[in-house]
Design a binder for this molecule. Structure first.
Ligand code: NAD
Length: 427
């Protein structure tokens, strides 16, 4: 292989999120100072990628196999950090992209981590709780060689939660022969979890939305918000906007899309779903076609579900003044270009949804010192870090006339590459 030939996993048939990430790196490269440019290639390749077989004995005795992944994209600034996703569409290239965005995100908010991500290609809804536990424990054992509080610290992502983190922490601790709470974050409070972690990503979305809204003269009280994905991130963001006086005019979930111009009460919607209600039957709201969601008349659109939702097709119809990306990679590069052209402000994922990893960092610090902070302290520190990150990105965007996404990548890549250059190449 010549030095310029791409490894097979980076070949053109691996389009999708990894390709999106690579095009983001291409956009940032001209803005990196010449002395750091020789190191950019390290950002185009994950440092290490592990594929594991995860056999599971089902409750009926049958043995099934799932494919699991853990990728360390970059560890120049510290140990790998990033979530674990259980989803039937998980692929190695998706996990690579998600790990790369973690490298960028951790550097944007300046927490001392590299980027990592993991996942299992599985539909967890088809598993019983004991099966989910056995699969989680086997996956944790299989990726054990990469894990450790000073090596790689997983956290929840789609379809994983506090319980999954508790099983991962317990499995790692049993294998090590000592309780190691700091090996994962997003744990239950009873196991060294942090106050404020559950809402942290949604709160960070809100903090960055407020900072961006102030720049364009949009008042948050009374602002009309549309949220895609009513999970961990979307539900918390919807609730915090609602508490600040915004109107949640639309919610889209896998079960359907509802619209209510006077505002949906997110507390009532959560309760409705918790007791088994269908989203389309939420009292007072109108069920609309999923495709109509993108062109609704609103002020702030929060995609908080999965990647690749905002495309060239629907970007042309967006009526929101700004998009605040709760999800990772919800906007394709083609949509990004259209939104930039149409003057729709996009607060990118690597900035807007960094609240989760920021409070994960607080959790890790608290676990090391075994001294726990109050929720007020956590929320205040989160707001300060997110606001500082927003200001740094806004300044670079203004100085260089860049979209916020490219500006965030400039801020982050400079930090990562400066660390990389100082460390040098071994041997
Ligand atoms: P979640 O599983 O709690 O919720 C995801 C929600 O999206 C669910 O309500 C699901 O029904 C909905 N959804 C899935 N596919 C959809 C589709 N095609 N159309 C409409 N709705 C759909 O997951 P989460 O933790 O809230 O994560 C959501 C996104 O935010 C992911 O991209 C994740 O990587 C990102 N993220 C999460 C965190 C975190 O702390 N949980 C942090 C940073 C980024």
């Amino acid at each position: 292989m010549t030095e310029n030939t791409l490894p097979s996993y980076l070949s053109p048939e691996h389009l999708g999120p990894w390709q999106t990430y690579l095009s983001q790196i291409e956009a940032v490269a001209p803005h990196i100072e010449v002395s750091l440019r020789p190191w950019i290639e390290t950002l185009r390749r994950p440092k290490r990628s592990l594929i594991v077989d995860v056999p599971l004995r089902r409750d009926n005795g049958e043995i099934v196999h799932f494919e699991g992944y853990r990728v360390h994209h970059n560890t120049s600034r510290g140990p790998g950090k990033g979530g674990v996703r259980y989803h039937p569409d998980v692929t190695l290239s998706e996990v690579m992209a998600l790990s790369a965005w973690m490298t960028i995100k951790n550097a944007v908010v300046n927490v001392p981590y590299g980027g990592a991500k993991g996942g299992i290609r599985v539909d967890p809804k088809l598993l019983s709780m004991p099966e989910l536990e056995r699969m989680t424990r086997r996956y944790t054992s299989e990726i054990n060689i990469l894990l450790g509080p000073d090596k790689d610290i997983p956290a929840p992502d789609m379809n994983t939660n506090e319980q999954v983190m508790a099983w991962m922490m317990d499995t790692y601790s049993v294998n090590q022969g000592r309780t190691t709470t700091g090996v994962v974050t997003g744990k239950p409070i009873s196991l060294g979890g942090s106050l404020g972690r559950r809402d942290a990503t949604g709160r960070g979305v809100f903090v960055t939305a407020c900072a961006a809204a102030a720049k364009i003269g949009l008042a948050i009280p009374g602002a009309r918000i549309a949220v895609q994905g009513f999970g961990n991130v979307g539900e918390a963001a919807a609730r915090i906007f609602h508490d600040a006086g915004s109107h949640l005019v639309a919610v889209q979930d896998v079960g359907g899309t509802i619209y209510h111009p006077a505002g949906i009460d997110p507390y009532a919607l959560k309760q409705h779903l918790l007791v088994g209600g269908k989203i389309g039957e939420f009292p007072g709201a109108t069920l609309i076609a999923p495709s109509e969601f993108w062109s609704l008349d609103c002020d702030i659109l929060v995609p908080a579900a999965v990647e690749g939702q905002l495309t060239a097709d629907n970007a042309v119809g967006i009526r929101a003044q700004m998009i605040v990306e709760g999800a990772n990679g919800p906007t394709t590069p083609a949509a990004d270009a259209i939104l930039h052209e149409r003057n729709v402000l996009v607060v990118p994922d690597v900035l807007a949804n960094a609240g989760g990893v920021t409070v994960s960092y607080f959790e890790w610090v608290q676990d090391f010192s075994s001294f726990f902070w109050t929720e007020e302290e956590i929320n205040a520190r989160l707001a300060r870090i997110m606001s500082e990150a927003f200001d740094a990105v806004w300044e670079v965007a203004g100085e260089r006339g860049l979209p916020l996404r490219t500006a965030a990548f400039v801020v982050a890549c400079k930090r990562v590459l400066a660390a990389r250059a100082m460390r040098g190449l071994y041997p």
